[in-house]
Design a protein around this ligand. Structure first.
Ligand SMILES: *Cc1c(COP(=O)(O)O)cnc(C)c1O
Length: 411
């Protein structure tokens, strides 16, 4: 069944569950996929990796899939790690990179998780799946469900960006707006599990999306010649990316691929419009209180309460990292700054990490010589509504005022 995955493990107390049948939560909390890492190490080496295709399936031994399981794939390329000298210089940073996940199918890194989750769902014989989403996961789920031939139900908050609604319609998902937050959407999905018998693919409700997300960590290590950066800034909503990368690092340490003493400090970045993890971190709490009245243009991180909150906080603390809140009102400015210095179109979520550079260099937490990586989790083009961008017009029937054109004002 599972290639080298041996079992599932409770995140509460390491209780074991079989990996060869559909599993969701244990006592309301997520499950880890565990592997026979010795056997993985015998089959897969750093050297061996270098000759494989440049996509996320090159880490197949570290994914929970049977050897002959057909993949549900849309071509999940390795994403470029772009050196950002000009943006770094804004803050005096000499070594800044942005890992551009916008290049993935459906324009966000959600495709990594959903490619693995849909592949696994189909392998387990599941026909009908459902997901609660802040937006991009719904768009990705719609595409991968179509590709897999699975029946998909999507539930998103009523004010989810139009492009995500469009993606669901386009790919034929049964998609619905829910009055309320993603928490209310999650509750609709759990209620419907009984009525319609679907399998819940919502964040951390099943163990496999996390495994897809963790490939970001493997890729990063490979791209930096197995010398992980000093600091990773990650826009944090449900936390799968951050938790997944931290799991990937632990697996690579056990495999002897990276040194355990030099793991990155993990920084969870949130907007002042929705910062439950930042508050819990500051309070020294293990779980986060639900964030009331959550509102941010960075819709992917508008997650007022995360089922994996304690896993996010564990990873931050174990790594000597931090949770940082940035000013919602400046997200548009940081998006433009990144695009105007580097040509990189960051989503509002990733732009919060640019904001975090500002505060973390100002207070000295981030050393100017440190190697820093930001994840651009989606394409800015999915957020054309983020700020007013209608262009000034030119009337060709009138005399054109070239001074006004030069100043960018129209004629
Ligand atoms: C989902 C999402 C996030 C948050 O991801 P998690 O790993 O669940 O915390 C960040 N940015 C974008 C664009 C997203 O769609």
């Amino acid at each position: 069944m599972g290639l080298l995955a041996t079992h599932l493990e409770s995140t509460i107390d390491a209780a074991r569950f079989p990996a060869d049948r559909p599993q969701t939560l244990d006592r309301g909390r997520p499950l880890w996929v565990r592997y026979d890492l010795e056997a993985v190490g015998r089959r897969l080496t750093k050297m061996g990796l270098s000759s494989r295709p440049t996509d996320m399936w090159r880490y197949r031994e570290l994914l929970p899939l049977g050897e002959t399981t057909p993949l549900v794939t849309l071509g999940e390329t390795m994403t470029p790690l772009v050196r950002c000298l000009r943006l770094g210089a804004q803050y005096g940073l000499a070594h800044l990179w942005i890992k551009d996940e916008a290049r993935l199918p459906t324009g966000s890194f959600k495709s990594r998780g959903l490619a693995v989750a849909m592949t696994k769902a189909r392998e387990l014989g599941i026909r009908r799946v459902a997901i609660a989403t802040a937006g991009n996961a719904g768009g990705a789920a719609a595409a991968y469900a179509a590709r897999a031939g699975l029946e998909l139900y999507v539930f998103m908050p009523a004010d989810t960006p139009p492009v995500n609604q469009f993606e669901c319609r386009l790919a034929g998902a049964r998609a619905f707006l829910v009055e309320g937050s993603i928490r209310d959407c999650a509750s609709v999905v759990s209620q419907g599990s009984d009525a319609l018998g679907w399998f819940d693919l919502s964040t951390l409700k099943e163990p496999y999306r996390l495994e897809g997300k963790k490939t970001m960590g493997f890729e990063l290590a490979e791209q930096l010649a197995w010398q992980l950066p000093d600091v990773i800034l990650y826009p944090t909503g449900g936390g799968t990316g951050l938790i997944g990368m931290w799991k990937a690092f632990a697996e690579m340490v056990e495999l002897g691929w990276v040194a355990g003493e030099s793991l990155p400090r993990m920084v969870a970045v949130q907007s002042s419009g929705c910062a439950p993890i930042v508050r819990a971190f500051a309070a020294g709490a293990r779980h986060a209180e639900p964030f009331e009245g959550a509102a941010t243009i960075a819709s992917g991180i508008r997650v007022p309460s995360a089922i994996g909150d304690f896993l996010i906080l564990d990873a931050i603390r174990q790594s000597n990292g931090k949770a940082v809140e940035v000013d919602e009102a400046q997200i548009g400015r940081w998006m433009r700054l990144a695009a105007q210095t580097e040509g990189l179109a960051l989503c509002p979520e990733a732009a919060t990490c640019v904001g975090a550079l500002e505060s973390l260099t100002a207070d000295g937490w981030l050393g100017l010589d440190e190697r820093v990586v930001i994840f651009n989790t989606a394409a800015a083009q999915k957020y054309a509504h983020a700020f007013e961008s209608r262009l000034p017009t030119i009337d060709p029937d009138n005399r054109i005022d070239w001074d006004r054109v030069a100043s960018g004002d129209g004629s």
